[in-house]
Design a protein around this ligand. Sequence first.
Ligand SMILES: [Zn+2]
Length: 282
Amino acid sequence: MRLSDYRVEVIPDAELKLDGGAMFGVVPRVVWERECPADSSNRIRMAMNCVFIETPSDRILIETGIGEKWSPRQIEMYGIERTRPLADSLREIAGCGPEDITIVVNTHLHFDHAGGNTVPGPGSGPNEAFLPQFPNARYLVSKSELDHAEAPHERDRASYLAENWRPMIASGQLEMMPDDYEVVPGLRLMTERGHSETMQTWRLDRGGETMYGFADLIPMKAHLRLPWIAGFDLYPVETLEFKRRILPLAAAENWLCLFYHDIKTPLCRLTVVQDKMEAIPV
Ligand SMILES: [Zn+2]
């Protein structure tokens, strides 16, 4: 898809499965499983939709998926189903390899967003076990999120794995950014409390269009309903306020909305039908 002089492509990574109850918080299973059928372990299927943006000067990747550093036991536990490496999807869909990416942006450092930041390295030493997957890229993450990742909360400690950011501190590729910043003209990252205190959403304004990435504040289309909020969120009432504020705006201004974890149609426009917010696939 082109937005003026920028090219934008959705790059799906592997699928994972997480507990459906945890993904929908106070919503009862009999209600959410009509939208997202659960397996015998109560888990629902989720995608990880990274976004590639090519500008006249940069090739940007927003999020890097779940990565390929998992043990067989962890692959089973998280229900990771991978048909091909992220690098192959990038080559096929965007026509460039990891070495061509100039900027990697992470909305936050949870392993399902930053897992592909690194790949297994050649040795087991402190700077050898894991290497940056994108050798020529600047990696951008907010300083607040990095501070949180290094000293996480008991409720989200399991989502932070240091091998997803420390190799780029060692290589000098990681840049600590403010809570609100511009990556390239038209692409902004904004810190929004809800999922955590420091997670960021992103917004691209180009060629008269607005594209918006909700990250984990509205991870799937099923979360468009205001009370459908993940039990993972540290500040669910603020997630609800974010949705109340952003969704009418997204519908009124006809934004392209990116649902990072949506399995079938991650890119949609929103419309209100009989007081209900609906997503129309692009
Ligand atoms: Zn996530």
